[in-house]
Write a protein that binds this ligand. Structure first.
Ligand code: FE2
Ligand code: FE2
Length: 172
């Protein structure tokens, strides 16, 4: 059985993943409002991934015999203040860096508690966060290069429209 400390940390992470989904949905709506339909899609797919992370963690907890807790999810109203593509990607990057620190803390705790199953479970997320931060960084750099060129921004938006959600954890 999973320790109380780790169960609490994973419950908090379920909440953080739902908050991430909430934040990405809010940014997605804002992108739509700004007229960036491709960015709306990209952020919406991002929100779907975060919900898949939350339910995956829920499954790990119940499989390990823990009873997860479900506290309030924080508001994501500040996404309304993101008035262009660049501030949106700055927010994506800083948020993913923050989530990386949360995941790393869980990995450290799993190590400390000698919980090999949770350590293995959370290792997937350690790798996932490397990718998340890299993608956010790459897109932010690209936006900085082209932000004064509406034609190129339009092309980037078209590129972002092509992203489709692939469930990282298809039912076994
Ligand atoms: Fe996530
Ligand atoms: Fe994420």
């Amino acid at each position: 059985m999973i320790t109380e400390n780790l169960a609490k940390a994973l419950s908090d992470q379920i909440n953080a993943e739902f908050y991430s989904a909430y934040l990405y949905l809010a940014m997605s709506a804002k992108a739509d409002d700004l007229g960036y339909k491709g960015l709306q899609n990209w952020l919406f797919v991002q929100a779907q991934e975060e919900m898949a992370h939350a339910t995956h963690m829920y499954e790990h907890l119940i499989e390990r015999g823990a009873l997860p807790s479900f506290g309030a999810i924080a508001a994501a109203e500040d996404a309304k203040e993101l008035n262009d593509v660049r501030p949106i990607f700055e927010k994506v990057l800083s948020h993913e860096e923050y989530v990386t620190s949360l995941i790393n803390n869980i990995a450290s705790l799993a190590m400390k508690e000698n919980d090999h199953a949770t350590y293995t479970f959370i290792s997937w997320y350690v790798n996932e966060q490397v990718e998340e931060v890299d993608v956010a960084n790459t897109l932010l750099k690209k936006v900085k290069l082209i932000e004064n060129n509406p034609g190129q921004l339009y092309d980037l938006d078209t590129e972002l429209a092509a992203r489709v959600f692939i469930n990282p954890f298809p039912a076994a």
